[in-house]
Design a protein around this ligand. Structure first.
Ligand code: ADP
Ligand code: S3P
Ligand code: MG
Length: 178
């Protein structure tokens, strides 16, 4: 039997990549990895601390190195950070090594789901979170779409239901072919 192809979740902060990715992995019996959590594990500090010490450029370099390592894992569902698609090398690796699922999310949902804002330095430093999220989406939406094999609107359904929907849609499009 063919192995499960890797599943890579992309989308903006608050889309639910980390939450839904974990559920998809449970349903499929696959390994779950979150690239931000891996960076934190391996550096021993949190994402905000890296932004403080090294700026966004330093974080992006670490993120790209981590993606290049993690795409070598198999049978894996990976939640990425919202800015992973900014680097063309990341886009190429994600496209080549797995099925890319874009969690398309409204501004309202992003605002609601990032309200606590633990460890999202791009929002913590903003005095107008709505404007920041809007601008990020304008820049990034075309990049998300450019590598998405499947685009799913996140809506109001609970994470578990959304995860089931994604699994069914991936099975119906025959992801082994991608
Ligand atoms: N489908 C969903 N329904 C309800 N709450 C959700 C859903 N997806 C995510 N959340 C909640 O939104 C917050 C942000 O989700 P998270 O998975 O960290 O997003 P991301 O990794 O895309 O930034 C978390 O508190 C999570 O529990
Ligand atoms: O959108 C971004 O540039 C970022 C999103 C974050 O991940 P989530 O999308 O999981 O919140 C994290 O990687 C970092 O704070 C930068
Ligand atoms: Mg996340």
């Amino acid at each position: 039997m063919a192995a499960n192809p890797n599943i890579y979740l992309i989308g903006p902060m608050g889309a639910g990549k980390t939450t839904v990715g974990r559920r998809i992995a449970e349903i499929k019996g696959m390994q779950f990895i979150d690239s931000d959590q891996e960076i934190e594990k391996r550096t021993g500090v949190d994402i905000s601390f890296i932004f403080d010490m090294e700026g966004e450029d330093g974080f992006r370099k670490r993120e790209s190195d981590m993606i290049a390592t993690l795409v070598n894992e198999t049978n894996t569902v990976m939640a990425t950070g919202g800015g992973v698609i900014l680097e063309s090398a990341n886009r190429d690796l994600l496209s080549a090594r797995g099925v890319v699922v874009y969690l398309e999310t409204s501004l309202e949902q992003q605002l609601a789901r990032t309200r606590n804002n633990r460890n999202r330095p791009l929002l913590e430093g903003s005095d107008d979170v709505e404007a920041t999220l809007t601008q990020l989406m304008e820049e990034r939406d075309p990049l998300y779409r450019s590598i998405a094999d499947l685009t799913v609107k996140t809506g109001d359904q609970p994470a578990r239901r959304l995860a089931r929907e994604i699994v069914e849609r991936l099975e119906s499009i025959g992801t082994a072919e991608i």
